[in-house]
Design a protein around this ligand. Structure first.
Ligand code: TV1
Ligand code: CA
Ligand code: ZN
Length: 395
């Protein structure tokens, strides 16, 4: 009814696993897989599925997970009992044991954990395969983007690093992959996985404070191995930010930095993590970004005309996550100017949106905007530092 048609000359694919969305981390845990259902509901009520190839993806196989993760970690992930089962009372030494960082409050052992993880990874691996074999130009995997997971360790709500699995897949057919991460947290797991290669450049924009904000890494001078003999040197870029950054400042930073990286590194594919916890009003985030500014990053990447996977990630106020990811789906399709701002009347769970627009104002979201602690001078310094790093890259 909104006349949403397939884009001419390119294909967008949407990869999701509806079973994944039914899992629960626990009552008070910030990560709510149900936000993916709310996103799909908005995408569908705008008629966007007509313009995309829609895939219900399969879970990733054990062999696929093993392309990055260690088998002892995967085996424990597959077999560890859910936490609400009674612990072994005959063996008090084992009662509070945490292995591989599994079972703490950030990374609980919940029912169906292994299924949830392999489904999230399946969406990202399938998205990467569609890009590789040329069946898709932009592949969307909102269920992925879990950037903190390590080879043998869960971290920050992430168990399987689906992004690393997706990039490994892309590296089979593309010489260079650019990873961009706009989640409010540092993309430490992806950075670490590709630390020693010059075939992947990682760029993360995030709130940075070494003592008070997770994970505490990703300072301006963290640019990869310090040895010039290591090919990975200068191939990690970090953009550490303070509370309250606005759309205007963020877009300027993003375009100055990604534009320059594109010239020097000349990526053959892009992996873009779109964590929505960088939006204003997020339960864990600290920025003043609006749906428009967050989406402008996706639009800028799309205009580079390079095959791209778009991942989800963080995002802890579900109505804002759904707005941003629905808007970004429309940008991928190229129908962002055809869909009305008003949330369609027939949208399931429409009452969750409170304000009935895709683009609520900062005042609607927050009442009082958060103080902006990013000075123009500091942002200039960051861009300057990144440009200096890039003198060592490419050509
Ligand atoms: C259970 C219940 C867990 C309530 C966790 C916020 C909770 C947090 C909870 C929380 C919370 C974090 C740390 C401290 C490390 C710990 C998907 C020394 C209200 C990609 C992960 C953030 C972000 C982890 C993930 C962080 C992503 N913040 N309430 N936990 N320990 N963990 O600070 O990047 O978005 O907060
Ligand atoms: Ca980030
Ligand atoms: Zn995050």
């Amino acid at each position: 009814e909104y006349n949403i048609v397939r884009p001419k000359g390119y294909t967008v694919s949407y990869h999701a696993s509806p079973e994944m969305e039914k899992h629960h981390f626990g009552q008070t845990h910030p990560m709510k897989p149900w936000r993916l259902t709310l996103t799909k509901s908005l995408v569908t009520s705008y008629g966007m599925p007509f313009a995309m190839d829609n895939y219900n993806t399969r879970p990733a196989t054990y062999e696929e997970l093993k392309s990055f993760h260690a088998s002892d970690y995967l085996d424990y992930l597959a077999t560890a009992p859910p936490e609400d089962q009674p612990r072994d009372i005959d063996n008090p030494e084992k009662a509070g044991e945490v292995k591989f960082n599994l079972g703490g409050s950030d990374c609980p052992l919940f029912h169906g954990l292994y299924d949830y993880c392999s489904m999230s990874a399946g969406t990202s691996v399938d998205a990467a395969r569609k890009i590789c074999n040329g069946q898709s130009d932009i592949a969307i995997a909102w269920g992925g983007g879990l950037h903190h997971a390590k080879r043998s360790e869960a971290s920050g709500f992430c168990y399987i690093n689906d992004i690393v699995l997706g990039i490994l897949q892309l590296l089979r057919c593309y010489p260079r992959v650019l990873y961009i991460d706009i989640d409010v947290h540092h993309g430490d797991g992806v950075e670490e996985a590709f630390f020693s290669t010059d075939r992947v450049m990682t760029v993360s924009f995030h709130k940075y404070h070494p003592d008070t904000f997770f994970p505490g890494t990703g300072g301006l001078d963290d640019n990869g191995p310090k040895s010039e003999h290591n090919p990975g040197a200068h191939h990690a870029i970090n953009v550490p930010l303070n509370d309250g950054i606005t759309d205007e400042q963020y877009s300027w930073l993003f375009e100055s930095i990604i534009g320059k990286i594109n010239e020097h590194f000349r990526p053959s594919a892009i992996a873009l993590q779109c964590g929505a916890d960088s939006l204003a009003g997020d339960r864990l985030g600290r920025f003043n970004l609006q749906v428009q500014g967050h989406g402008a990053c996706v639009e800028y990447c799309k205009k580079l005309g390079i095959p791209m996977i778009i991942f989800g990630g963080g995002g802890y106020t579900p109505r804002n996550v759904a707005r941003a990811w629905a808007h970004e789906t429309s940008i991928a399709i190229g129908c962002q100017n055809k869909i009305p701002e008003e949330i369609p009347q027939h949208t399931p769970w429409r009452e969750h949106f409170i304000h009935d627009t895709l683009f609520p104002t900062l005042e609607q979201i927050l009442g009082e905007p958060r103080a902006n602690r990013n000075t123009p001078k500091r942002l200039q310094e960051i861009v300057q530092h990144v440009h200096e790093q890039l003198r060592f890259v490419g050509h």
